[in-house]
Design a protein. Structure first.
Lengths: 411, 167
C-alpha cells in the first residue's frame, strides 16, 4: 500500500480521502468489452492495481445438454461457442465424431473443409484486429473490411444456408456439394482480398498512434504464456510456434505448405501482427486447397461426403423416395446406429486457440460426457497479470487483442 | 519425436511401481491412472523429469460414474509435451463423499480456472487452491449440476404453463 501512496502525484490534504484506491466495475455490459464480461478493477488513479474477472453471464450448460443430445444435435451447440468462426467448431466436432466412429473422409472433403476453416479463421482474425483498431480510435479499417467478412458469410450461405451460426456439414462431409456460385464467390474473395488486407495493414501496422498504443501493452513471456495454457495466436505472439494444424494435422493439413508466424514479446502489437500474418497464410492455404479441389476430375470431382451411410444423414429427397435412405435416416435420427464406446480427445486449431473436444461414449445414443476445451476460457485468467500496473485504456486494448468471445468462455 | 508412449510408461513404472496402473491407449493417447493422494507427485514428476517435460496442461475436467462404488468421480488431466509433441491423459479417481484432491495450480497457472470449473460442476474440492469458488454458475447454487444425479428437465412435462416459451 505504501507504494501506491507514494505514486500519487497530487498531494491531498490530510484526511480528505480515505481510500487510496477506487473500485470500478468494467462491464458486464460495457460497449468496449465486446461481450458480457465483468472486470472488477482496483484502480489507483488510472492505473490498475488489481483486476478480478467474473465470467459465466451467458452460461448455457452445453456440456449438460450434450448428454441428452444425439451427435448431430450437438453441432448446433458448437456453433454458439466461438460464434465468429462457427464452421471451425462444427468441423472440429465432426472430426471428433469421425475419430470415434472410425470414418475416413475422402481427400476432396478434407480440402473443402480446409477452405471453409481458413475462411472462418480469416473472418475471425479480421474482426479481432479491426475491433482492436476501433478500440484504439481508428474506425475506418473496421468499416472497410466488414464487407469482406460479408463476402465470407455469403460463401457460408451458399454452402450451408446460414451465415453466423452455420451448423455446417455432417459426419463424413458436407450436406451438399459446393455450388458454382460458391466457387465464384471464393474466386472473387481470393482476387480482391489481398488488396484489402494490404490496405488494412497500411492503415494500422505503421500507424504512429496505433503503435504507441499497442507496443508494450499487456506483454506476456513465452514461459508464462505456456504456464497459463495459452494457445493460438496469443501463444505464438509470445514466441512459441505451437499450432495444432502442424503438430497434429487433421483434415489433411499436412498437404499444405504454410508458415507459422510468431511474435517476440507477446504484447498487443505482436498479437496484432501475428493475426495479420496468419491471414496471409490462410489465404495461401485457401489458394492451394482450391487448386487441389479443381484437380479432381470425373466422378471424384463430385465427392462431397464419405461413404458412411450409418452416420451420414442422407439427402432429404432420397429419404422421401428411396427405401434404404429412409431406413438410415430413421436410424440416425432415432439414435439406433451403433456408436462404439470409447474415449477420444480431438483438437483443432480454432481461430483463437486449441479447441478441444473430450468425448466419452458408453455406446448409447448420446455422449456419456462431453467436455469442450475452450481456449479463451483458459487464457482469460492471465488478464489480471497482463494488465497489472497499466492504464484502464490499455486494459481495454489488451482485452480486445486477446480475442475473448463470451459465448466460448461461458459454454 | 523421440518420446513414445512406451518410454513414458516405462519411466512412470520405474518411478512409481504399481501405483500407476490401468495403462491404455485409446485412439493412440496414453491413458493411465494413479491414486488420488499421488496426483501431484505424478504430475510433478511428469513436469520436472528432463526427458518427459509435460509443461503444458491442455485440459482438466471431471467425469461422474455414479455406479462405480468408491470411484464415483474421475478427475481427468490432459498433458502435452510440446517439444516432443506427445499427449497423455492422466486420471485420478475419488469417491463422492470425500472428493478432495490436491490442486495443480502451483505447477500450472492454467489449472486455476479449470479447477474452479470442475469444482463448480462436480464438487471436487481442490486442496490448496487459492480461490476455490464457483465460476460459471451463480454463487447461490447449492448443488453441482453436472453430476448424473441431476437429470435434465423432462421434455414431455405438461404441468408448466409458460406463455413466453410456449409450453
Amino acid at each position: 500500500m505504501s507504494e501506491t501512496i507514494s505514486r500519487q502525484h497530487i498531494k491531498l490534504p490530510e484526511g480528505s480521502i480515505e481510500k487510496t484506491t477506487t473500485t470500478l466495475n468494467l462491464g458486464p455490459t460495457h460497449p468496449a468489452t465486446h461481450g458480457v464480461f465483468q472486470n472488477i478493477l482496483e484502480l489507483d488513479g488510472e492505473r490498475i492495481v488489481n483486476a478480478e474477472q467474473t465470467v459465466g453471464y451467458i452460461h448455457r450448460a452445453f456440456e449438460k445438454l450434450a448428454e441428452r443430445r444425439p451427435l448431430y444435435q450437438i453441432t448446433t451447440l458448437t456453433d454458439r461457442l466461438n460464434y465468429c468462426s462457427s464452421p471451425i467448431n462444427n468441423m472440429g466436432w465432426h472430426l471428433t465424431c469421425e475419430k470415434l466412429l472410425g470414418v475416413k473422409t475422402p481427400k476432396r472433403v478434407d480440402y473443402l473443409r480446409v477452405i471453409i476453416m481458413e475462411l472462418s479463421r480469416i473472418s475471425d482474425h479480421l474482426i479481432c484486429n479491426s475491433i482492436l483498431g476501433v478500440d484504439s480510435g481508428a474506425f475506418t479499417g473496421f468499416l472497410y473490411v466488414m464487407q469482406y467478412r460479408e463476402l465470407i458469410y455469403e460463401i457460408y450461405e451458399e454452402v450451408c444456408g446460414s451465415r453466423l451460426t452455420t451448423n455446417m456439414g455432417r459426419i463424413g462431409g458436407f450436406e451438399r456439394n459446393f455450388t458454382n456460385t460458391a466457387f465464384e464467390k471464393l474466386e472473387k474473395f481470393l482476387k480482391e482480398y489481398p488488396d484489402v488486407l494490404r490496405e488494412f495493414e497500411n492503415l494500422f501496422t505503421r500507424n504512429r498512434i496505433f503503435m504507441e498504443r499497442t507496443i508494450g501493452t499487456g506483454p506476456i513471456s513465452a514461459e508464462r504464456a505456456l504456464n497459463y495454457g495459452f494457445t493460438g495466436p496469443n501463444l505464438r505472439a509470445a514466441g512459441v510456434d505451437y499450432d495444432v494444424r502442424v503438430h497434429t494435422p487433421y483434415s489433411s493439413y499436412q498437404d499444405f505448405d504454410f508458415e507459422i508466424p510468431v511474435g517476440k514479446t507477446g504484447d498487443t502489437y505482436d498479437r496484432y501482427l501475428v493475426r495479420n500474418q496468419e491471414m496471409w497464410q490462410s489465404l495461401s492455404i485457401i489458394e492451394q486447397a482450391y487448386k487441389k479441389v479443381q484437380e479432381f476430375k470425373g466422378a471424384e470431382a463430385e465427392v462431397y461426403h464419405a461413404d458412411a451411410p450409418e452416420y451420414y444423414l442422407p439427402p432429404k429427397q432420397d429419404v422421401y423416395t428411396k427405401m434404404e435412405a429412409l431406413i438410415w435416416h430413421f436410424k440416425i435420427v432415432m439414435g439406433e446406429t451403433e456408436i462404439p464406446p470409447g474415449e477420444v480427445y480431438h483438437s483443432v486449431e480454432g481461430a483463437n486457440g486449441e479447441l478441444g473436444f473430450y468425448l466419452i461414449s458408453d455406446g448409447g445414443r448420446t455422449p456419456y460426457r462431453l467436455h469442450f476445451r475452450r481456449p479463451c476460457f483458459i487464457y482469460y485468467q492471465a488478464f489480471s497479470e497482463m494488465t497489472k500496473g497499466s492504464m484502464i485504456s490499455d486494459a481495454i486494448l489488451v482485452m480486445s487483442s486477446m480475442n475473448l468471445i463470451a459465448g466460448e468462455m461461458d459454454a | 519425436m523421440s518420446l513414445t508412449n512406451e518410454t513414458i510408461k516405462t519411466r512412470l513404472i520405474e518411478k512409481f511401481g504399481d501405483q500407476v496402473s490401468h495403462f491404455e491407449e485409446p485412439y493412440g493417447l496414453l491413458t493411465f491412472e494413479a491414486p488420488k493422494e499421488m496426483n501431484l507427485k505424478v504430475m510433478q514428476f511428469l513436469y520436472d523429469d528432463p526427458e518427459l517435460r509435460f509443461l503444458f496442461l491442455t485440459d482438466l475436467t471431471a467425469v461422474n460414474y455414479p455406479d462405480k462404488q468408491g470411484r464415483e468421480l474421475a478427475v481427468v488431466y490432459h498433458l502435452h509435451n510440446l517439444a516432443d509433441n506427445i499427449r497423455i491423459r492422466f486420471k485420478v479417481f475419488t469417491d463422492i463423499n470425500t472428493p478432495e484432491i490436491f490442486t495443480a495450480t502451483q505447477l500450472y497457472a492454467s489449472a486455476n480456472w479449470m479447477e474452479r470449473e470442475t469444482f463448480d460442476f462436480f464438487g471436487v474440492k481442490f486442496v490448496g487452491h487459492p480461490n476455490l469458488k464457483r465460476i460459471l454458475n451463480v454463487d447461490e447454487m447449492t448443488y453441482h449440476p453436472l453430476l448424473k444425479q441431476y437429470p435434465l428437465e423432462d421434455q414431455t412435462r405438461i404441468d408448466k404453463d409458460d406463455a413466453m416459451f410456449g409450453r
